[in-house]
Design a protein around this ligand. Structure first.
Ligand SMILES: CC(C)(COP(=O)(O)OP(=O)(O)OC[C@H]1O[C@@H](n2cnc3c(N)ncnc32)[C@H](O)[C@@H]1OP(=O)(O)O)[C@@H](O)C(=O)NCCC(=O)NCCS
Length: 246
């Protein structure tokens, strides 16, 4: 039986969830607690999760999953009843958020719509991310595997993160890579992700230079300079409708 203590805990966590929505959602400034409780899907999903998690912890069968399922249907936010969510999280907008069974989220974490805290495959055991305090996870970001997101880190919208993230860093892109650590650009030979060498372009350039050289030598052997013009073929038939439409 779920005790009074568990219910008190859920009520106090709910107060923190509402405060988090008010503090971190610019649209919630000056909005009453009743309105936030009635119309903020992130708050609904977290409330449902608090109850489902307490029941799951108490060993109640079936019901925690049913609560999670109903909450998902209403909010678009799927949180496994076993996932550990700390105090004052905030899920803005919510739709498309998935938080897996072994995910752990510390206090004051902010997530936007489309965030996945997922596994990378069919592994069992701890297979979802651990997110430390004060982390912000941008919309559409995918955090995959039993990785650790250091406290205060910011994960950019649509990043795909499969490695640990240092504390107080900003990670963007796919694969996710740090573009700021403690407010500074990372330094070192592997830090410039924008200007990485392009081996395919380099190979094409080398081949092109060798072909030009061969053409010059063939021209010399034939005793005349020969310029090879590429044949131009019309893409569009001379008659009939333009396939590009318009
Ligand atoms: C990553 C983010 C948190 C900004 O963090 P920041 O520490 O202030 O970093 P900056 O804005 O200084 O950006 C750092 C670099 O990353 C780049 N960057 C920022 N966000 C990025 C993203 N989502 N994807 C790719 N690159 C991104 C910037 O262009 C900048 O590049 P530079 O080093 O060449 O100048 C923010 O851009 C972001 O994605 N927030 C998510 C917000 C969101 O999901 N809102 C939804 C509301 S509905």
């Amino acid at each position: 039986m779920v005790g009074l203590r568990a219910l008190r805990r859920v009520a106090s966590e709910l107060r923190c969830d509402v405060a988090a929505a008010r503090n971190r959602d610019p649209a919630a400034k000056g909005v009453s607690t009743v309105e936030i409780l009635a119309a903020w899907p992130g708050v609904h999903a977290l409330l449902a999760h608090r109850v489902a998690h307490a029941l799951h912890g108490a060993g109640v069968p079936v019901l925690p999953r049913v609560i999670a399922y109903v909450s998902r249907s209403a909010t678009g936010i799927e949180i496994h009843p076993a996932a550990r969510v700390g105090r004052a999280p905030f899920i803005d907008h919510g739709m498309g958020v998935v938080i897996g069974e072994t995910a752990e989220i510390a206090e004051n974490v902010t997530m936007y719509q489309g965030v996945t805290l997922g596994g990378t495959g069919f592994a069992t055991g701890k297979r979802h991310p651990t997110v430390e305090a004060n982390v912000t996870i941008g919309s559409g970001a995918k955090l995959l595997g039993p990785i650790r997101i250091g406290h205060g880190a910011k994960i950019g919208a649509n990043a795909v993160v499969i490695h640990d993230v240092p504390a107080n860093s900003t990670v963007v892109g796919n694969p996710g890579h740090p573009v700021r650590v403690e407010g500074r650009r990372p330094e070192g030979p592997d830090a410039d992700w924008v200007h990485l060498p392009d081996p395919i372009a380099d190979a094409i350039k080398t081949l092109s230079a060798r072909i030009a050289e061969l053409e010059r030598e063939v021209g010399d052997l034939r005793g005349r300079e020969r310029r090879v013009e590429a044949e131009i073929v019309a893409l569009r038939p001379a008659q009939g409708p333009n396939p590009a439409g318009g």
